[in-house]
Design a binder for this molecule. Structure first.
Ligand code: 5AD
Ligand code: SF4
Length: 463
């Protein structure tokens, strides 16, 4: 029995604000699951909560400021609201004890690989006479770089009908050892650790038995699964493609996705799995970052423009509709107009279905932070806008190819913009909007014939 189980702990209502990537979304879900299992309840919102937790990101300066700023506002209101406020996630590991200089009345701060401690911290605070508001307990928990978190396989029970009742994230690879020059992730999320394949298979099996139709396997560089430490008890094939093939056999599950990928991991074995395993969605999120060989070398990405394009061509060779999405950084130190134009042309050649553009932001302690951040902010903005406009045009062109085709759509429910229409996603992760028929249910697969293409969505009718 845990400490929290032995003591009589007052049940608290909690609320979690999540910033950042899917990994953070997943960590927040695991924390929620553990708090629920300890007898606590979800609050309706932050006003109604006894405990508010902010899960933070630090990948760019702005992302960190947003999360820490939100936490600051919560700390300012905590005495009046009689709340306990905690910060978790990547910004905690970057700031360390400094976090309490920035947020003196914060009650606790927990780094990314130690989120499993949160129920115990909550139990300690509650045992101490909850809530002693205003003062801030200032408890700090920093994980080390090889730590294996508790609670990795904890999932909350969610009500039927909620999107998260039929779609679930599953963390398979923690940390990152790539050391790209600009990226702070390895410093805050530690070394790579692949969870044992049998543990992942068991988790996905449980989720499918509970009605989950789609899982998305998470790792910063997920194709490196099983390369630093063994994931399978025996040898036998490339670890990640083998994991996908094993999950493909799970009854009740309809779809398997994963993110993020690296061109080095786009092996023939992976291509074979995409071709042969019906449940593995034909979509890859393959961050390119730049189209200039010079910049790619400086970034330490370990591929050239030609190698990247060859990986995309390999995937599209057996299915021209294979969806490829990407991340790009504009304004990396020393990025010239010529480098930028190389990125632009690469994006057209690759024919990305969608792309996420980021303005370079120096992160303390990374190799690139030692270089002058010499592309002026208005120029970064111009490059950003140019790539966004290109993507609108390219997205429309790619989507037009799909008019008249039938997409298998996992239904999510009424569309946010117009509730008379419903939306869902096809295997390529494209948003498909359609008029629902009486038999259409959220969480089910339905065939939709595409009638209209837009840059970001497809519109169609139930086939
Ligand atoms: N500045 C801007 N963008 C960054 N990314 C990672 N680090 C930085 C940085 N320092 C982007 C990359 C990555 C995505 C998650 O965030 O494009 O793929
Ligand atoms: Fe950062 Fe590179 Fe790791 Fe991605 S693969 S998280 S860009 S270090």
């Amino acid at each position: 029995m845990t400490d929290a189980g032995k003591r009589k702990v007052r049940a608290v209502k909690f609320h979690i604000h999540t910033y950042g990537c899917q990994m953070n979304v997943r960590d927040s879900e695991a924390v929620a699951a553990m708090l629920l299992a300890a007898g606590h309840e979800r609050a309706d919102g932050e006003d109604d909560a006894d405990l508010v937790i902010v899960n933070s990101c630090t990948v760019r300066q702005k992302a960190e400021e947003k999360a820490v700023g939100k936490c600051g506002n919560l700390c300012a209101a905590k005495r009046e609201r009689r709340q306990i406020v905690g910060l978790m996630g990547c910004a905690v590991k970057r700031l360390g004890a400094d976090v309490f200089r920035r947020l003196p009345s914060l009650d606790f701060a927990v780094g990314p690989r130690r989120f499993g401690m949160i129920p115990k911290i909550v139990a300690d605070l509650a045992a101490d006479g909850w809530p002693k508001c205003g003062c801030g307990a200032n408890r700090l928990e920093l994980p080390d770089e090889d730590e294996i978190p508790e609670g990795l396989s904890a999932h909350p029970d969610v009500s039927a009908g909620a999107v998260d009742a039929f779609k679930s994230y599953v963390t398979v690879l923690l940390g990152c050892d790539n050391r790209c020059s600009y990226c702070i992730v390895p410093d805050v999320r530690g070394h790579e650790y692949s969870r044992p394949a049998r543990e992942v298979i068991a988790e996905v099996g449980c989720l499918a038995a509970r009605g989950v139709k789609e899982v998305c396997l998470l790792g910063q560089s997920v194709l490196r699964y099983g390369l630093r430490n063994k994931a399978w008890e025996d040898g036998g094939g490339e670890p990640f493609p083998r994991l996908l093939a094993a999950l493909d056999g799970i009854d009740g599950l309809d779809r398997i996705r994963f993110t993020s990928a690296h061109p080095k991991g786009c092996t023939d074995e992976l291509v074979r799995v995409f071709r042969e395993c019906r449940k593995v969605c034909r979509h890859i999120h393959l961050p390119v970052q730049s189209g200039s060989d010079r910049v790619l070398r400086e970034m330490g990405r370990h591929y050239t423009r030609a190698e990247y394009l060859a990986a995309v061509a390999k995937l599209r060779a057996f299915d021209p509709e294979f969806a490829v999405t990407t991340d790009v950084i504009v304004g990396y130190p020393g990025e010239t107009e010529e480098d930028f134009e190389a990125t632009r042309s690469l994006m057209d050649e690759a024919g990305f279905d969608n792309s996420f553009i980021f303005k370079y932001s120096p992160r303390p302690g990374t190799r690139a932070a030692a270089l002058p951040d010499d592309v002026p902010p208005p120029e970064k903005e111009r490059r950003n806008q140019a790539l966004l406009a290109d993507q609108e045009r390219r997205g429309l062109m790619r989507n037009k190819m799909l008019v008249g085709t039938v997409r298998e759509v996992l239904v999510e429910g009424p569309s946010l913009r117009n509730s008379a229409r419903w939306s869902g996603r096809d295997a390529g992760n494209r948003i498909v909007v359609f008029e629902p028929t009486p038999s259409v249910r959220a969480g089910e697969l339905v065939d939709v014939r595409v009638t209209e293409a837009h840059p970001q969505i497809l519109v169609g009718e139930v086939a």
